[in-house]
Design a protein around this ligand. Structure first.
Ligand code: NAD
Ligand code: DAU
Length: 346
């Protein structure tokens, strides 16, 4: 099975590629990524020479390069590529609309043209909006996105649905809750808090810190996507979650305790504008119909995560300083130069 993964140099995409290459011997992966600030090829350095893995630098909004990469013959596409950070979308929504909406449209058009057998859209729980204290949203909840980021993801979901309905594109949409684990860009809550705590810097907590997120360990999500690739039903939407919403302050205090750092590092700061109070999803459809369930409870997952960042402080430093950005130039352009020289010689 040959799978095109868009946005595979990011957090979830790189974990998914590693999961698929290590768990499935018959899978080939093409990673198509623009390498924005959150695309980090160092996440996949250990797999760069794997004969079943190929990296292509490209933008999902560019119809020509999308068509080129799809022309090699693919069995499925998993579309992770997106602008993903809510705070950045509040600063400037335009790149979010461009990549998340126009990008998804461009990929859908190519899926139609190349008659790709299965398209998986990686959406988010944020499209449902904020959940009440006792809510746990199912797939038929009306969409109510409330940040520019979630509005762009909801628009993409509607396009996927429209392409399935109008053109018969075989598409599945996954809406997952907050992921955590290795290789997450340190602007997101958990890696940011770990990085700051390791350096003894203040931990900025928005508002009262009692907002809840339904944290899922990234490896559990990778297994869910693999399961959907295998037995998911085209036309369906599946929620993915741990089902255990936890307040931000609880998460932060757990991290501090694990690192042996004082709670005095916590610094309450101005709240995020329009901050969604709580996310909580009911993922019983995925459990019932495809037999998936989360395997890593929060206490274990956060322990593994803190350990990973503690042991990979060089990765963290390079991500924070921007040094990771020269990986592509060092490894890929040099290889192209060698190839051109060899070609010129012969
Ligand atoms: P990330 O920011 O770590 O990675 C995004 C990747 O997409 C990067 O490698 C980036 O270079 C690439 N990209 C961005 N724009 C592109 C474009 N126009 N063309 C090609 N590549 C482009 O994000 P992530 O946390 O890994 O999220 C992946 C997907 O999962 C996103 O679609 C996001 O909306 C969704 N999601 C994330 C979470 C979470 O908790 N992280 C939860 C639910 C859903
Ligand atoms: O719910 C899924 C979504 O999770 C994904 O679709 C998004 O791509 C992903 O970025 C994430 O969005 P959040 O806004 O929930 O994640 P973030 O890590 O930015 O924030 C998590 C919570 O922590 C949120 O309530 C805001 C709070 N926070 C965040 C940061 C960065 C702080 O209190 N301080 C911070 O410095």
């Amino acid at each position: 099975m040959k799978i095109l993964v868009t946005g595979g140099a990011g957090f979830i995409g790189s974990n998914f590629i590693r999961h698929m290459l290590l768990e499935c011997n018959d899978v080939e992966i093409v990673n198509f990524d623009k390498l924005t600030y959150s695309g980090n090829l160092e996440n996949l350095a250990d797999l760069a020479e794997n004969s079943r893995y190929q990296f292509v630098r490209g933008d999902i909004t560019d119809a020509t390069s999308v068509a080129e990469v799809m022309a090699q013959g693919l069995d499925a596409i998993v579309n992770f590529a997106a602008e993903t950070h809510v705070d950045r979308s509040i600063e400037n929504a335009a790149p979010f609309l461009h990549s998340n909406v126009m990008g998804t449209l461009t990929v859908l058009e190519a899926v139609r043209k190349f008659r790709i057998k299965l398209f998986i859209q990686i959406s988010t729980d944020e499209v449902y909006g904020s959940a009440g204290a006792n809510d746990s949203f199912t797939e038929d909840q009306i969409l109510d996105p409330r940040s520019p980021y979630s509005a762009s993801k909801a628009a993409a979901d509607h396009l996927v649905n429209a392409y399935a309905h109008t053109y018969g594109v075989a598409a599945i949409t996954l809406r997952c809750t907050n992921n955590y684990g290795p290789y997450q860009f340190p602007e997101k809550l958990i890696p940011l808090m770990i990085a700051n705590a390791l350096e003894g810097k203040p931990l900025p907590v928005y508002g009262d810190g009692m907002q809840e997120r339904d944290w899922l360990y990234v490896e559990d999500y990778c297994r869910a996507i693999a399961c959907v690739l295998k037995t998911g039903k085209p036309g369906e939407v599946y929620n993915v979650s741990s089902g255990t919403p936890t307040a931000n302050l609880v998460v932060i205090k757990t991290i501090l305790k694990m690192l042996g750092k004082p709670e005095s590092l916590i610094q309450f700061v101005t709240d995020r504008p329009g901050h969604d109070r709580r996310y909580s999803l009911d993922s019983s459809k995925l459990r019932r119909e495809l037999g998936w369930k989360p395997e890593v409870i929060f206490e274990e997952g956060i322990g593994r995560t803190v350990d990973w960042y503690r042991k990979n402080q060089l990765w963290l430093q390079r991500a924070r300083s921007g040094e990771y950005r020269n990986y592509y130039e060092r490894h890929y352009t040099r290889r192209e130069e060698t190839f051109t020289k060899a070609g010129t010689k012969s």
